[in-house]
Design a protein around this ligand. Structure first.
Ligand SMILES: Nc1ncnc2c1ncn2[C@@H]1O[C@H](COP(=O)(O)OP(=O)(O)OP(=O)(O)O)[C@@H](O)[C@H]1O
Ligand SMILES: [Mg+2]
Length: 287
């Protein structure tokens, strides 16, 4: 039975034809919060590799450390032990500017700065750099706004006056302001109605293709997962227990996998996929 290697997922876009290259490497990661009797480990000896050009869906139960792992890739949180490397650099040492040019993140609760208008939100990281004239920051932000399907007329709106779908688009434009090759999405379609969610998936797929992005996406939404991901990594028992193409991972024998992909929702989402020959999922060591 063929075993998909990372970056060689069936049906993956053209970027997978490039020589395999790791964009993110997580090795022997331990994350421990609290001290003494209150210490608890969220990650224990976790390994994960994200290859250039893939859209990796990271799934796991609530509180299993998915957001913490994304924050570690962004350099906002440090591993207790082990390493998180992004494009060859330890993520925790990238600094704010280095991080913004390498990694963009759409945060779970998508919060925009409520005191800034749309353009102020999108251009925030460039503005903060303090090296570009305001007019250039504005132009760059307008380009990104157009890229996510918003009109220049939206530029002066305040966050409170935007729909949920528009907030996600503005947050995406903000994440992409410095053209990072790696995009982290934390529950990108949570809270959207089905049609806004579909539209956002279409936008993400188009940007992934046209910008050649590598994407790590945390999601509980099976429609989003099956619509976008080229590979799935399952976080359970404090580590990545399995990685593989979506249609293969669903068959992995583990209670969380059964619960997550089982039921009517899972069957419906799976049925929407075109039939393809099954292949075995890989263990994290192989990934
Ligand atoms: N800075 C912190 N200090 C202490 N505990 C933390 C900190 N950050 C996260 N945690 C804890 O780590 C665990 C994992 O949190 P995390 O937010 O990564 O979960 P998650 O997998 O993203 O969950 P959800 O699906 O609900 O978003 C939780 O128990 C959380 O309370
Ligand atoms: Mg989370």
């Amino acid at each position: 039975m063929p075993t998909p290697s990372p970056g060689q997922t069936p049906g993956a876009p053209a970027a997978a034809a490039l020589p395999a290259a790791a964009v993110v490497e997580v090795r022997g990661l331990w994350t421990v919060f609290g001290t003494g009797a209150n210490a608890f480990a969220v990650h224990q000896d976790l390994d994960l590799t994200v290859q250039r050009g893939e859209i990796l869906a990271l799934v796991g139960g609530s509180g299993t450390g998915k957001t913490v792992l994304l924050r570690q890739m962004l350099g906002l949180a440090r591993p207790t032990r082990g390493s998180v490397t992004v494009l060859g650099h330890p993520a925790a040492e990238m600094g704010r500017e280095g991080a913004a040019s390498r990694v963009g993140m759409l945060f779970q609760h998508g919060a925009l700065f409520s005191a800034f208008d749309v353009l102020g939100n999108v251009g925030f990281a460039l503005q903060e750099l303090g090296t570009l004239p305001a007019a250039l920051v504005r132009d760059a932000a307008l380009v990104k706004l157009q890229m996510v399907g918003l009109q220049p007329a939206h530029a002066t709106r305040m966050p409170a006056d935007l729909s949920g779908g528009m907030v996600k688009r503005v947050a995406l434009a903000r994440a992409l302001i410095m053209d990072p090759p790696l995009l982290l999405l934390d529950e990108p379609t949570a809270g959207l109605d089905p049609s806004s969610s579909d539209e956002f998936c279409t936008l993400l797929r188009a940007l992934h293709q046209s910008l050649g992005l590598t994407v790590v996406m945390v999601t509980h939404d099976l429609d989003t997962l099956f619509a976008l991901s080229t590979r799935v990594a399952v976080l359970a028992d404090k580590k990545v227990i399995v990685t593989g193409a979506p249609r293969e991972v669903v068959h992995f024998a583990h209670p969380f996998v059964r619960e997550f992909f089982g039921g009517e929702r899972g069957r419906r989402a799976l049925l929407a996929l075109a039939p393809e020959a099954p292949a075995a999922p890989t263990s994290p060591q192989e990934a």
